[in-house]
Design a protein around this ligand. Structure first.
Ligand SMILES: NC(=O)c1ccc[n+]([C@@H]2O[C@H](COP(=O)([O-])OP(=O)(O)OC[C@H]3O[C@@H](n4cnc5c(N)ncnc54)[C@H](OP(=O)(O)O)[C@@H]3O)[C@@H](O)[C@H]2O)c1
Length: 296
């Protein structure tokens, strides 16, 4: 039996990953914990609880993911994303479990103008990126049996995300101002969860970049969200990152090269536009199912 523990199991990616793992492995092999079960900031508790469970694989998603919040609460960012990861990696190593860690494109500075390779040197621009990179370093210090999955621009049915935010604002405003000088690849949590499940089954190690294919800016992504939803009455106006004035600096280009993933799995993740269409149709069904009003 391959007991798999997921931390951050109630988060946006966590919920989709739990569903996918339950369909790929026997349900009692997969255990999901969130902050109610384990606060990863507490070293002794974290190590003791994981040691008692004795998992064979630990998929560590738990994180403080508010990128702007990390700027004003650096202590929490490092306590959760860096030290918390050290605690989970220590527990995994004591159990001789494989450690899988979710990391981010924000470990890069965005100076490159072609997709970032796994071997490119990270240089984060913001506190979130620094704290996640420190987490990567702790995972690598914990031994050789690790997998670091760097991903980006996530959206999915179980968390606050850009797609839902654009649709909500389109219902309230006549014009939307969206940043047009950051380039990346929006990634659907369902597709990412499937890719992680495949990587577990292939038992690969090292760092992998995993994202939907093709690239866009937040502005072109926003336009696609509205087009695919049949919204034509809302004007979309491109602005710069500087004009938006968010607290955390963000890389202007953070496309991830996913060739290593293709080589290992034999397939490329579908283009973000295809994944977005799926999400939008599934999202509408969900809204109706829950008896809430449909966004548009
Ligand atoms: N979202 C993105 O665009 C993105 C991009 C690249 C990489 N990632 C990485 O992918 C992973 C999953 O992201 P996500 O968007 O699904 O995140 P998320 O929705 O914020 O989920 C993270 C989960 O971790 C929990 N958590 C926070 N502090 C904790 C603690 N001290 N102990 C235990 N659990 C704690 C959160 O609980 P609360 O909600 O109660 O705080 C939440 O349920 C993260 O590692 C993130 O860094 C995300």
């Amino acid at each position: 039996m391959k007991r798999i523990l997921v931390t951050g199991a109630k988060g946006m990616l966590g919920r989709d990953l739990m569903d996918i793992l339950h369909s790929s492995f026997s349900p009692d092999e997969v255990i999901g914990w969130d902050i109610e079960e384990i606060d990863i900031r507490k070293e002794d508790d974290t190590v003791a609880k994981i040691e008692t469970l004795r998992p064979k694989v630990v998929i560590h998603l738990a994180a403080y993911t508010d990128v702007d919040g990390c700027e004003s609460d650096q202590k929490r960012a490092f306590a959760v994303n860096a030290e918390g990861t050290r605690h989970v990696a220590l527990a995994a190593s004591k159990c001789r479990a494989k450690m899988i860690y979710l990391s981010t494109d924000y470990v890069f500075d965005g100076e490159k103008r072609e997709p970032y390779l796994e071997s490119d040197v990270p240089r984060p621009l913001n506190v979130y990126g620094h704290s996640k990179l420190k987490g990567e370093q702790y995972v690598q210090e914990g031994g050789k049996d690790f997998l670091i999955v760097r991903t980006q621009w996530l959206y999915g049915p179980f968390g606050k995300n850009f797609v839902d935010s654009i649709l909500r604002q389109a219902g309230e405003k006549k014009a939307l101002f969206i940043v047009n000088d950051q380039t990346g690849s929006p990634t659907y949590t369902v597709d990412l969860a499937k890719a992680i499940s495949v990587l577990i089954q292939l038992d690969v190690r090292g760092i992998f970049h995993v994202a939907n294919s093709d690239l866009c800016t937040w502005y072109t992504f926003g336009q696609a969200i509205l087009n695919f939803s049949g919204v034509s009455q809302v004007k979309v106006i491109p602005i710069s990152t500087k004009e938006l004035g968010r607290p955390a600096a963000r890389p202007s280009y953070s496309v991830l090269d996913c060739q290593k993933l293709k080589k290992e799995t034999g397939s490329t993740m579908r283009p973000w536009s295809e994944a977005l269409k799926d999400y939008l149709s599934a999202g509408r069904r969900l809204s109706i199912d829950r008896g809430r009003s449909v966004t548009m």
